[in-house]
Write a protein that binds this ligand. Structure first.
Ligand code: NI
Length: 255
């Protein structure tokens, strides 16, 4: 039983091959998937997929690199979907200082992040957080605007010390493909040390294919590589990792 907590079946790469991708995931043992939006169109598509398949759930939100041309009307229209019963989180939201170096734009990212956390609190939903090279600002914002219904640090790539700080705020830590990379020190360290009850697993597909599939299009079925690596690092079975992370995700997303 696997809960794939972060995939983009709503991306052109996976949507164009949807039936095949879904069947392979189910064959690999995936029982539930969270399809995560990153702008208006992909959020609508996430909701659409969640309406069609009972094992798919949707997160909707504006990714920090996708906030430039969002009108108030679009923002309001998108979040009118928050009461849809298959929308179980707001995401992915957060900060990305890798792609966005402009300080004014980083400021705007913070405002959007905070606005969406407040919305999550209002609608009693958890959040899915994207953080790239902005760990300290991310932590500061979550401290000042704590997500009351928790959330997940998706594809976590910082140190275990930072993971502990996020866990203190009620966040789960999700690991994906990078934990399998041969040169990945921090994700492996986090995997080894993190309490099982705070861990989730994901692919972030079509991105971040695990070793030995790096460079290829990723898909939810490949989550088994992530699970197997974490099991090895924790010196336990893949079954135990799958089941614990499945329970954690069900608890976080109330499904
Ligand atoms: Ni993503």
């Amino acid at each position: 039983m696997i809960f794939e907590t972060h995939c983009h079946l709503n991306s052109p790469e996976l949507y164009s091959d949807l039936t095949n991708v879904i069947n392979k995931a189910l064959d690999a043992g995936v029982k539930k998937m969270l399809v995560v939006g990153y702008d208006y169109q992909t959020s609508l598509l996430a909701v659409d997929l969640a309406s069609q398949y009972d094992f798919i759930y949707a997160a909707i939100g504006f990714h920090p690199t996708e906030i430039d041309n969002v009108s108030k009307a679009e923002f309001d229209k998108m979040f009118s979907l928050l009461s849809h019963q298959k929308v179980v989180a707001i995401g992915e939201i957060g900060l990305d200082y890798y792609w966005i170096k402009d300080l004014a734009k980083q400021q705007k990212q913070k405002q959007f992040f905070i606005k969406q956390i407040q919305l999550a609190n209002k609608f009693k939903l958890p959040i899915v957080v994207h953080n790239r090279e902005a760990t300290h600002d991310c932590l500061d914002i979550l401290k000042q605007h704590t997500p009351i219904y928790g959330g997940v640090m998706h594809c976590f790539s910082s140190s275990y010390d930072m993971a502990k700080e996020f866990i203190k705020l009620g966040m789960y830590i999700s690991l994906g493909g990078p934990v399998t990379f041969l040169n990945a020190k921090q994700p492996k360290d986090v995997a080894a040390k993190i309490p099982l009850e705070k861990l989730l697993v994901e692919t972030d597909s079509p991105y971040l294919s695990p070793h030995p599939l790096r460079g290829k299009r990723n898909e939810p079925a490949n989550i088994v590589f992530v699970i197997n690596m974490i099991a090895e690092l924790k010196n336990t079975s893949a079954k135990q990792i799958s089941e614990a992370t499945y329970q954690n995700a069900c608890k976080l997303f109330h499904v």
